[in-house]
Structure formats: C-alpha cells, structure tokens
Ligand binder design. Structure first.
Ligand code: HEC
Length: 146
C-alpha cells in the first residue's frame, strides 16, 4: 500500500498534466477561430427594428387589457432605448432619446391604473415622439399607431 499510493498519485498527476495540455490546446483553437471570425456590430437600425416590434406588442397588450404583458413590453422598449443610447453615444441621432422617457412613464402610470383611455393617449404621445425624432434626423421612417 505504501508503494502503491505514491505510484497511483504519480500516474494521476501525469494524467492531469496531459489533460491540461489538451485543454489548453482546445482553448487556443477556439480563441484562434474567434479572432478570425467576422465581427457583427449591432447598430441603431437593429435596435430600432426591435423597438418597433415591442411598440406594436405594447399597443395590443394595452388595448386588450393584458396589463402584465403591457408592462413587460414597455420594459423591453425602455431597455432597448437605453442600449441605443449607450452603444451609439457618439451619434447626435440618439441624443434626443431621453425625451421619450417621460412618455414611457405616462404609459406605465396608465398601465398600473389599468386605465385604457390613459393608455391610448399616452401611447399616441409615444408614437408622436418616435416620429418627431425621425423627422428631426431626416429619416423617412414613419411609425404608425397600430
Ligand atoms: C432620438 C431619436 C429617435 C427616436 C426617439 C426614435 N428613433 Fe427610430 N430611428 C432613429 C434613427 C436615427 C434611425 C435610423 C437608423 C439607421 O438607419 O441607422 C431610426 C430608425 C428606425 C426604424 C428603421 C430601422 C431600420 O431597419 O432601418 C424603425 C422601425 C424605428 N426607428 C422605430 C422607432 C420607434 C418605434 C420609436 C419609438 C418607440 C423610435 N424609432 C424612436 C432615431 C430615433
């Protein structure tokens, strides 16, 4: 037993070292292919397209009285606008994004009170906000109120 144990330990350690070497080789291969992969940088247009989807969903959730879903959709919009501001902070086009935040707050206020009328009018104000910015930056994109 006295001899077997150190022997076993030695065998295990050798196996581990070999294992580590294989691991490192795998890591190097993955890192190498990541370095060569083309980089897809998400841009403002990508974020805006997904904002539009949630803008749509928010409307239908609200007018159908699904307030829980409406709040979730509102948060999706907020999160994306925040991301747009963060990743495109050098663009003058995103400088006006904070103007939408009070409009989003009014929608939240209506959602929390399950107020369909308030929801519809604050939603229209949000849509106007989308279009005002698009006009200001000479974008031809028109966001309809669904
Ligand atoms: C602060 C300015 C601003 C606000 C507010 C804004 N947008 Fe935009 N939006 C832009 C700009 C700038 C573009 C053009 C992006 C590009 O093509 O690089 C754009 C483009 C878009 C596009 C076209 C994306 C594409 O694939 O070309 C959609 C859809 C859109 N916005 C939806 C919305 C919606 C919905 C809202 C309101 C919830 C909104 N936007 C609010 C600035 C804004």
């Amino acid at each position: 037993m006295k001899i077997v144990f150190p022997l076993l330990l030695a065998v295990m350690l050798t196996a581990c070292t070999q294992h580590d070497a294989v691991h490192q080789e795998n890591i190097n291969t993955v890192a190498d292919s990541l370095n060569r992969a083309p980089i897809y940088k998400i841009g403002l247009a990508d974020i805006m397209s997904s904002v539009l989807v949630h803008h749509h969903n928010l409307w239908f959730a609200g007018v159908n009285g699904d307030w829980k879903l409406a709040e979730k959709e509102l948060n999706e919009i907020k999160g994306r606008l925040n991301t747009a501001q963060t990743i495109e902070d050098k663009k003058k086009e995103t400088a006006a994004i904070p103007l939408l935040y009070p409009k989003l707050d009014s929608i939240l206020y209506a959602i929390q009170r399950k107020n369909t009328k308030g929801f519809k009018s604050s939603f229209q104000s949000l849509t106007n906000g989308c279009n005002s910015c698009h006009q200001a930056v000479n974008s031809k994109i028109f966001v309809p109120n669904p």
